[in-house]
Ligand binder design. Structure first.
Ligand code: SF4
Length: 457
């Protein structure tokens, strides 16, 4: 099946899956409560959004300058920077390091960029074990799935689902006690930190002025991933830059509040290179792999550039009525929800993923919650516009809209009597695109012009 077809089929079945809906509503309901409480920490949240948006826009407009500044400072700290144009380049460079270190296993803390380059699959093919250590990621890895959500990867699973999964995959007696389940995962993962030759993490922010990366997490697993193994590799998209360490004073609480409703996330770490002489903690070597993978395509377009301001808080997913009905896996892309629908066509191909830009009610809820004020719903319209300009609309869609435009621009045609015929024509043209669950369009028996004339008489 083509992507768009499978998207529609999956969306249809998920939307009517009441158990799925119950789990998502339960988890998003808890998120909403937390966000409402968390927002009280800001005296003027709107001003914070404006400032964050301004800063990220400045960075994206001057990305070349900030990237070079980061590289110079990070290299001075003893780290090494690798530039990767795409997933293949990133994987082959990382593979060289893993080979050199004779790596048999890698521990990873949550990073969506590695999902984007299919890192785990690549390691598996090359006989290297890759263990996710974030609890949510560990759960979806055990289940053989992809993350369902960019912040809460196992949002679609209930406690019972996880209990059954642990019983089946880890061979432990069934328990739905969250503490016992967490302790089981912790016991297994602790061993993995000790065994792994290499630790891999993402970065929430790349800090230009100190040559560091900032990682935010709630479980402390990123710290274990990056301090036990002798080598730390950071895999991150080039857009994650912020100019200065002082900007974290704004971005950390903004991210925490929008992402989970916390005032600030539990563990916030800044890594500025490998351990220095005399330091007891930290890796011997640290690499940062800066990945483009389609991002510069977005930068090329001044109107769509703002989508790179995203700090991956996940707030737009949680408020999106489409996401809440069809769920994260239906998108079939690394990034789901409104931001996924905006950027995926540019990262993975407009032809393959243009349908995501149509999966929106254009209600604007996403835009209203975005902490960096990305105009998400209008960017979806721009994507639709681009796909039509590139000639990617289907023949029937093009024909239907041509006919529609002709009729709408012609007063005589519009005034022709015969609502039944008009209804038939509209029904025929939009037979497939209007969808089987919408009511048919009914054209009124008399046009406004006719009614007006009658009234004036
Ligand atoms: S687009 Fe905005 S709301 Fe959505 S994940 Fe990115 S920063 Fe958060």
């Amino acid at each position: 099946m083509k992507n768009a077809d499978s998207f529609l089929t999956d969306a249809d079945s998920k939307t009517f899956d009441s158990e799925h809906r119950r789990k998502i509503n339960f988890n998003i309901g808890r998120y909403n409560d937390a966000v409402a409480k968390g927002s009280t920490q800001f005296e003027n949240h709107e001003l914070g959004r404006q400032r964050a948006s301004y800063l990220k826009t400045q960075v994206i407009e001057n990305l070349d300058k900030y990237l070079i500044e980061f590289e110079a400072n990070f290299t001075r700290n003893g780290g090494k920077v690798i530039w990767a144009r795409d997933a293949n380049e990133a994987l082959s460079e990382i593979h060289k390091i893993l080979k050199e270190k004779k790596t048999r296993s890698v521990v990873k803390s949550k990073t969506m960029t590695t999902e984007e380059i299919h890192f785990n699959e690549y390691l598996e093919k090359n006989g290297i074990e890759s263990i996710e250590t974030d609890l949510g990621e560990y759960i979806v890895q055990l289940a053989g799935q992809k993350p369902y959500h960019i912040v809460t990867p196992a949002m679609h699973m209930s406690r019972q689902d996880i209990s059954e999964l642990f019983e089946k995959k880890l061979g432990i007696p069934y328990t739905d006690d969250p503490q016992e389940l967490t302790l089981t995962a912790r016991r297994i993962l602790r061993e993995k930190y000790l065994e792994a030759e290499v630790g891999v993490s993402g970065a929430n922010f790349i800090i230009a002025d100190v040559g560091g990366i900032a990682v935010t997490e709630n479980e402390g697993n990123a710290r274990l991933c990056t301090t036990f193994p002798k080598t730390h590799i950071v895999i991150v998209g080039i857009e994650k830059l912020i100019p200065s360490m002082t900007d974290l004073g704004l971005f950390w609480p903004m991210l925490a509040q929008s992402g989970t409703g916390q005032q600030v996330t539990v563990y916030n770490t800044i890594f500025t290179g490998p351990a220095k002489q005399g330091e007891s903690d930290g890796p011997e070597e640290m690499y940062v792999v800066l990945i483009d993978n389609g991002r510069t395509n977005i930068i090329e377009d001044p109107e769509k550039r703002q989508s790179l301001n995203c700090i991956r808080c996940g707030a737009c997913l949680n408020v999106c009525p489409v996401y809440r009905n069809i769920g994260g896996h239906t998108y079939g892309s690394t990034y789901s929800g409104p931001i996924g629908s905006v950027i995926t066509p540019h990262l993975e191909g407009m032809e393959k993923f243009k349908h995501l830009s149509y999966a929106s009610t254009l209600c604007g809820a996403c835009t209203s919650v975005c902490p960096v004020k990305i105009d998400l719903h209008n960017l979806l319209l721009l994507n639709r516009n681009q796909s039509v300009k590139e000639g990617l609309a289907t023949k029937s869609e093009t024909f239907g809209f041509k006919l529609w435009a002709k009729a709408m621009k012609n007063r005589t045609l519009l005034n022709l009597p015969g609502a039944a015929l008009k209804n038939f024509m509209v029904g025929f043209i939009f037979k497939n695109s209007w969808g089987k669950r919408r009511e048919d369009v009914h054209i009124a028996p008399k046009s406004f012009q006719q009614l007006w004339k009658e009234r004036r008489k």
